[in-house]
Design a protein around this ligand. Structure first.
Ligand SMILES: [Zn+2]
Ligand SMILES: [Zn+2]
Length: 184
């Protein structure tokens, strides 16, 4: 499975929506600003409903460094059980997260960054945003949006196809019924 940054497909929106935390005199995390950059899986047929979040340290000293990679899936555990076709339970928890992703870079401060992320950034608003970004990403890849994700994209929001128009003047206008209608 490979992953691409949401910012690669939706640069403008991603830059407006980027979440960051600043640490000064934290016991376990070096001073600096840390940006949380969501990534989605590139597999067009995979509906894994999770984001990997690269934690980048933006520091004059070190430049840009990926300090941690957080896995977060917003569905309930049974979804990942079904999706993975029998991964062991302790592995499932890593997919659902929030957890450090074991296949991607994690530095010495990764555990502390994960903890801060869970305590200060991962609120309902942010989870909703991750779900929406996932839906946009997958839609642009050509996947039908899962029904429960369809209404995440408001009609006056930027179209998930990346055209720059609002949804109801773009894919939401022409294709809503043909694209989503069949699944109802
Ligand atoms: Zn996937
Ligand atoms: Zn569109």
């Amino acid at each position: 499975m490979t992953y691409s940054g949401f910012h690669v497909r939706f640069e403008k929106i991603a830059m407006q929506q980027v979440r960051s935390l600043s640490f000064r005199n934290h016991k376990r995390i070096p001073d600096g600003d840390y940006a949380f950059m969501p990534m989605c899986c590139d597999d067009k047929t995979c509906d894994c409903r999770r984001a990997l979040i690269g934690v980048l340290q933006v520091s004059p000293e070190f430049g840009l460094g990926q300090m941690a990679t957080i896995s977060y899936g917003w569905e309930a555990l049974p979804f990942y059980r079904k999706w993975s076709h029998g991964l062991p339970e302790d592995m499932l928890k890593l997919f659902k997260g929030p957890a450090l992703d074991f296949m991607n870079p994690n530095g010495p401060f990764a555990e502390a960054l994960l903890e801060s992320f869970v305590n200060t950034a991962l609120d309902d608003f942010y989870i909703e945003r991750l779900r929406k970004q996932y839906a946009m990403f997958k839609y642009k890849q050509g996947m039908k949006m899962p029904p429960e994700l369809q209404n995440l994209v408001g009609i006056y929001e930027p179209c998930p196809c990346g055209s720059g128009k609002v949804f109801n003047l773009c894919c939401g206008k022409k294709k809503f019924s043909e694209r989503f209608g069949r699944r109802r």
